[in-house]
Design a protein around this ligand. Structure first.
Ligand code: ZN
Length: 243
């Protein structure tokens, strides 16, 4: 990934970005468990403490595995594409059996019953990492809102709304990576008299960490900080904090 150097005030991000405690390690956002080899170079890195860093790992393995298993519609490792997930399922029979027991089958459909709290914890964690890296903001509080769902089950309008880049109206902390990634786009608009006018808009683009695997966008909307994620090409999430 191409990285932009942050010129935000480094005092804005003291310590572990998850708990605010002293940071004694650094970690990738997103964690590599959500990505496939070869990993993109220059993955975003944030400060964390060892306790948070280790404390998330089993839930992260669960989330990455669950998302892939649902996408494959099976726990049969010969039919799962992601090598990392096959390795997790083979190494952790207890995880495999938990997901196995969460399957609800009826005559025509197979549904996987998600462990909601674990998925929620990881979505928030991922979003916190992106906010820290992109906006130089620390969001330790409970989010104002969080939702997730299958992008394929959205209406065309919802999909478009979720997946489009945003037009910026408030600039983030000057110097943060986010403000330096914004693009100025020139658009031609026609007025009522058919006169064509050139308009400049500031666009905040989605960031593709790995194609069809992991994408995100962070932005500031009024008094809210919003993060959207698209994992595995279908698992759409949004986390909002009141700033
Ligand atoms: Zn911590």
């Amino acid at each position: 990934m191409e990285q932009v150097k942050s010129y935000a005030d480094s005092r804005l991000l003291n310590g572990c970005i998850y708990c605010g405690g002293p940071a004694n390690t650094r970690e990738h956002v997103p964690s590599k468990v959500f990505l496939d080899k070869p990993y993109p170079e220059n993955l975003p890195i944030v400060n964390a403490c060892l306790e948070c860093n280790n404390g998330f790992s089993s839930d992260e393995e669960y989330a990455a595995t669950f998302i892939e298993v649902v996408s494959s519609g099976t726990l049969d490792t010969s039919k799962i594409k992601r090598e990392r997930v096959i390795e997790i399922l083979e190494r952790t029979p207890s995880l495999k059996s938990r997901i196995q027991h969460s399957i609800i089958r009826n005559s025509s459909t197979t549904t996987f019953n998600m462990e909601v709290e674990r998925i929620k914890r990881i979505i928030i964690k991922l979003a916190q990492g992106h906010v820290a890296f992109e906006l130089s903001e620390q969001c330790e509080d409970t989010p104002y809102s969080i939702w997730w769902g299958d992008i394929n089950k959205m209406t065309e309008e919802e999909k478009k709304d979720f997946a489009s880049d945003t037009i910026v109206d408030i600039l983030s902390e000057i110097g943060s990576r986010h403000s330096r990634k914004l693009m100025i786009v020139e658009t031609l608009l026609k007025d009522v008299n058919d006169n064509i006018k050139k308009v400049e808009m500031i666009v905040n683009p989605w960031i593709e960490v790995q194609e069809n695997r992991y994408e995100y966008i962070t932005d500031i909307v009024g008094h809210f900080i919003r993060v959207k994620l698209l994992i595995g090409g279908y698992f759409a999430c949004q986390v909002v904090w009141s700033s």
